[in-house]
Design a protein around this ligand. Structure first.
Ligand code: NAD
Ligand code: MG
Length: 390
């Protein structure tokens, strides 16, 4: 039996992971499930999967979680330290599917223990890529990409000579506003930004898809995980979301990964790796799809892509600054304090202000240093927003 834990079990990726696990209960022993405020979901899944422990990120919800698990024999815990403890429990495979920078410390803890980490939390690689890779190297742990584009690249690279790779192309749906007139973007509402044309995902990543901050994070993720040079990483808008990524080789050949927009493929690939098992994923009817379109992204519509190139060039702590500023800008947009198009301006200002500071350049990359920079960037983003509003 494979011992598995799911960090962020109550979210979109977490629930898709559980959907695969419940289909083959005899193959898995569930160690830890973690979640946030959705205690009912967390407790119900912990009971259904007979987990050893269920953990909520919020201390104030411990009593609720305990009550929901009464009589089940499943341990309940709460708070950031309990999340780390859950991630450290001996497991063969750990899904990292917390959203945002909060996913870094638990994922890192799982890597320190040598578990195979199925990584949906792209923010870990953006904020602390070298730390993640080095920690895995030291403990002998393996990181398997779950972001669909990175899973696609990983699959296309299997058995290939890495030196023969000349470029990778990440595809992007273009998000909710790909066909909107540019001058309407500033007026986009939170509800409009929260609906994705092709993928069903958490709210934050869906808004990040509309602004393409998601693709910006993924460019940095590809740079850190596969060690491609920044100019080897390209982005194309592909409205059908059928081709997830392409790898280009020096002989001119391109290997494309093609599949329906269903995260259970990438999650299942990481779950069964290095084997391939049957998955409950629809067989693609390409004749019904009919056509595949590709076009270059317009940087005026998607300034996040330009900022990603800046981060890939600078590296160091600029990824932590970029991500934290983006997370705060998103909070401010969702709270109605800034416009959709202000998000990239806020991030750019914070990046300019903090990326070359001594704090950002001097120190080696540790969890503490990344956390401090993350905190500074959030405070600066708040200041930028306050200044814009007065
Ligand atoms: P989601 O918002 O649906 O779920 C997030 C999960 O994290 C929930 O379980 C929530 O309780 C937990 N969480 C939130 N804040 C937390 C905190 N501060 N501390 C601890 N736990 C916290 O998110 P999602 O769409 O499933 O995305 C999860 C991650 O996977 C993100 O990094 C996202 O970029 C990445 N990803 C998601 C998809 C997708 O299809 N949804 C695809 C590719 C990559
Ligand atoms: Mg993706």
């Amino acid at each position: 039996m494979k011992r598995i834990s799911i960090l962020g079990a109550t979210g979109s990726v977490g629930q898709s992971t559980i959907d695969l696990i419940v289909r083959a209960p005899e193959e898995y022993q569930v160690v830890a499930l973690t979640g946030g405020r959705n205690i009912a979901r967390l407790a119900a899944d912990a009971v259904a999967l007979n987990a050893e422990v269920a953990v909520t990120a919020h201390d104030d919800l411990l009593a609720d979680l305990r009550a929901a698990l009464t009589g089940s024999g499943i341990a309940a815990a709460a708070g950031p330290a309990a999340l780390i403890e859950a991630a450290r429990r001996p497991a063969d495979w750990v899904m990292s599917a917390i959203v945002g920078a909060a996913g870094l410390a638990p994922g890192l803890a799982a890597l320190e223990e040598g578990a195979t980490l199925a990584l949906a939390n792209k923010e870990s690689l953006v904020t602390a890529g070298p730390l993640m890779i080095e920690t895995a190297r030291r403990s002998g742990a393996r990181i398997l990409p779950v972001d669909s584009e990175h899973s696609a690249i990983f699959q296309a690279l299997a058995g290939e000579d890495r030196d023969a790779v000349s470029r990778v192309i990440l595809t992007a749906s273009g998000g909710a506003f790909r066909d909107w007139p540019l001058d309407r973007l500033a007026q986009a509402t939170v509800a409009e930004a929260s609906s994705h044309p092709n993928w069903d995902m958490g709210q934050r990543i869906t808004i990040d898809s509309a602004s393409m901050f998601n693709k910006a994070l993924e460019m940095i993720e590809a740079r850190e995980f596969f060690d491609f040079a920044p100019d080897q990483i390209e982005v194309l808008i592909h409205p059908q979301s059928i081709v997830h990524a392409l790898v280009g080789f020096r002989d001119g050949g391109l290997m494309a990964h093609v599949g329906p927009p269903d995260m259970r493929h990438a999650i299942g690939y990481a779950l069964n790796w290095p084997e391939r098992q049957a998955l409950p994923v629809e067989a693609l009817d390409l004749a019904a799809v009919g056509r595949l379109d590709f076009r270059a992204p317009d940087l005026a519509r998607y300034p996040a892509l330009r900022l990603a190139r800046e981060v890939m060039r600078r590296r160091g702590l600029s990824g932590a600054v970029f991500n934290a500023a983006k997370e705060r800008a998103l909070d401010h947009f969702v709270a109605g304090r800034i416009m959709f198009t202000d998000m990239s301006m806020v991030v750019e200002e914070v990046l300019e202000a903090l990326s070359d500071t001594p704090e950002a350049c001097g120190a080696g990359l540790t969890l503490d240093v990344v956390a401090r920079m993350d905190h500074l960037a959030r405070m600066r983003a708040d200041q930028v927003v306050t200044a814009r509003r007065t």
